[in-house]
Structure formats: C-alpha cells, structure tokens
Design a protein around this ligand. Structure first.
Ligand code: FEO
Length: 397
C-alpha cells in the first residue's frame, strides 16, 4: 500500500498485513488481517511516529522514500515498544543514525533490552512538547494501555491524536479512513480488539479518557496503530470505549458450553429457555467446538452474566472450553455473575472446575452448579430452567 496523506504533510506510511490470522501468539484470532500504522510528518524536522512489524520493514522504508529521504528523519516518536510497532526501528535508525528518539522512560528501558541500539533517547513525560516547525507535538503517558511504556502523541494544530494501540482494530483494508469501510464490520473489529487486548485495563481506560477530556484538547482525528483512522466522528469510538470500559455493563446473559453426547447440550437448552422466560436478552452460541474463543470474548462486553457448561472428561471440562476459560480468567471482566452446569458419568469434576475458573475471573457465582449423571432427569432439567430464569431475572434488575 502506497503512502496516504491523511492531513496536509502528514502521511500514513505503514503496512497492511493481509495474511495475519492470529495475534499475540495464537491467543487472539484476527479473521480480517491487520495493519501496522506508521505516520510521517513532513515539517522543518522530518518526524516518524512509530514503525511497523519487522517483516514489513521494506514496505515502511519504501513508503517513507516516496515522501522524503529516510536519511533526513530527525525525530522518531515511539509511542509503544511492542514488536509490531518497533520491529522496523533498528532499520530506520540505521538509515537515520542521528535521529532523536522520543519515548517514555519505560519505553527507553525496553528498547535497550530489545534492540541494544546506541541511540539518542529523549525521555518524555505527560505535557512535554516537541516543536517540529509548523507543528508541535504533545506527549501523554498512558501506562498499561496496554504496556507500561505506552504513550499517546497529540498534534495541536491538527487536533490529531496518535494513541498507538488504543482505538485500533485488526482490519486489513485498502481504505485508510473509517468512513470508507463497512461500519458494522468496523465496530465489530473494534469491540473484539478492545475485549481481547484492553479489557483487563478497563479502569485505566476510563481514567485516561477522563484525563484527556479534562485537558480540553480538541480532537478531530484519531489515528491508531492498527486499522483505519477515525476522521468523521472520532467521538464515536471514544464513546464506545467508555461503554466497554464498564461505565455501562451489558445486560445480556451469555451461555457458553460444549457437549459430548448431547446431554450437556440438553441442559444448555433448558438454561436458555429459562433465560428466555425471564425476558432477559440472551447470547447463545451453540457448541464451543463450533466457535472461536476470541470472538466469544468480544461478546463478553455485552453480557452481565456468564453461564458455562461442559461434561466431565478425564476429571475435567472438555479441552475445547479451555482457551475461552483461560482468557476469561486472564481478562477479568468486571461486575459479572455466573454459574455452571454439566453432565458426567462417574466422577463429575467438570462443574467444580468450571466454577473455579469463573471465580478466578472474579465472576460471582449466584448458585451451586448443576450436575446430571449421564443424562439430566426432568427434575434436573427443571433446575437448569430455573437457573436460567433466576439469572435472567437478576440481570434484568
Ligand atoms: Fe499493536 Fe501492543 O501492539
């Protein structure tokens, strides 16, 4: 993808990764690829903001060349050191060895560990500025959004926020702006991105947005490090982040289960019918084996209650439930209630282990899990129905 001038003398010079289908190892599936966004500011001091994943270094360098001589780069702003944004930094610094690097102290520490470069670091704090000529950049530290080193860069004359990972989406596209892509796809990918990357830091997200709003910086454009640039209504993604950060919890009940010989599925359907009876909104996904766990993580944003089910196999829940439950435990969604159910043959540890995972995630169990030997009796199915109805009523309150 060639450079795109997103503002006068400010260019997207990144790379589109059409083939990526996983992120953060295998933990996050990205069905629509991604992009690594790097921005070049052509001013009295040529300035690069972030780089790209190392395999895309040639594309970055070629894009910079189409705008200016890479050897004349005077400043490199490193908003975040994760490899997908810093991987091409050594190559850039070989071409522009005298460039100054502007970053947080934690970023400097990390870059020295990762690349061991003898570079001219300038550590910045919130409120520090860098005048390039016509433009002045202001830096805002954003620790743990989502790494300790993270920061945002703001260009006052443009009313442009460059927040690196925040407000991004894993979406490969020839489009560079949000009004050029399908809105539903965009918001789905933005939500999945938030859930799989930022959910554990929701309180920090909420506070950082409040902090930036209190600074009264007009923001007309948000250019993240993945996906498209928000130019027509950047407030839309900020509002969505406030909601996802827990200012308003979703009001649905999610039912996630897997089954071996349909006994647990029969229980799941009874739970579903109970939730439906309560009038609450329900998200029923069918068998876990037919789902993608990071898609379901996105749906956690809209659920207040999570009910999980599995039969027992080898003294545990089915392995297909593992990646989802591990992610729920690690992401620690806020203010959720839950319960567990499942069939078994003789030992029946699955329900207890499901409950353990929910508790580790900080989810409050509303009642003891329901176990059914081989196949649920009418009475046990009635208990499943009652469980769904009770949780539905709790969520509806
Ligand atoms: Fe897109 Fe935290 O890297």
């Amino acid at each position: 993808m060639p450079p795109v001038e997103i503002l006068p003398d400010l260019f997207w010079v990144g790379a589109v990764d059409w083939n990526a289908r996983h992120f953060h190892g295998q933990s996050y599936t990205i069905h629509r690829g991604t992009s690594y966004n790097s921005y070049l500011i052509r001013d009295h001091q040529l300035t690069l903001v972030d780089t790209v994943h190392a395999p895309f270094t040639p594309e970055l360098i070629e894009n910079i060349r189409q705008v200016a001589d890479p050897g004349t780069i005077e400043n490199v702003v490193v908003n975040h050191i994760e490899n997908d944004h810093s991987g091409a930094l050594p190559a850039v610094m070989r071409l522009a060895p005298h460039a100054r690097i502007y970053c947080t102290q934690k970023a400097k520490d990390g870059l020295l560990k990762m690349y061991r470069g003898d570079w001219d670091f300038h550590v910045v704090k919130t409120g520090d500025t860098l005048t390039l000529g016509r433009r002045t950049l202001t830096f805002v530290e954003a620790p743990m959004l989502h790494w300790p080193d993270s920061m945002f860069t703001y260009s006052a004359g443009d009313a442009l926020l460059l927040p690196n990972d925040a407000f991004g989406q894993h979406l490969a596209s020839t489009a560079r702006f949000e009004d050029e892509v399908d809105e539903a796809v965009l918001m789905e990918e933005a939500a999945k991105y938030y859930a799989n990357i930022l959910l554990p830091f929701s309180e920090l997200v909420r506070r950082k947005i409040a902090e930036v709003e209190a600074m009264n910086l007009p923001i007309r454009m948000i250019a993240p490090s993945h996906g498209v640039v928000w130019r027509t209504d950047p407030g839309k993604i900020v509002t969505a982040y406030k909601e996802w950060a827990g200012a308003r919890d979703g009001g649905a009940v999610g039912i996630v289960y897997d089954t071996m010989y349909e006994a647990t599925e029969e229980m799941a359907r009874a739970v579903l019918n109970g939730v439906l009876k309560s009038g609450a909104t329900v998200r029923f996904f069918g068998r876990m084996s037919q789902n993608d766990h990071s898609d379901l993580i996105k749906d956690l944003l809209s659920v207040k209650a999570l009910i999980v089910g599995s039969p027992t196999v080898h003294r545990d829940y089915l392995p297909t439930m593992g990646p989802f439950l591990d992610e729920v435990r690690n992401l620690k969604p806020r203010n959720k209630i839950g319960a567990a159910f499942g069939s078994y043959g003789w030992s029946g540890e699955a329900v207890r282990n499901l409950e353990t995972r929910l508790k580790e995630a900080g989810i409050t169990l509303v009642e003891e899990g329901i176990k059914a030997r081989y196949r649920a009796t009418e009475e046990e199915l009635a208990r499943c129905f009652a469980l769904g109805r009770k949780i539905g009523e709790l969520v509806g309150k």
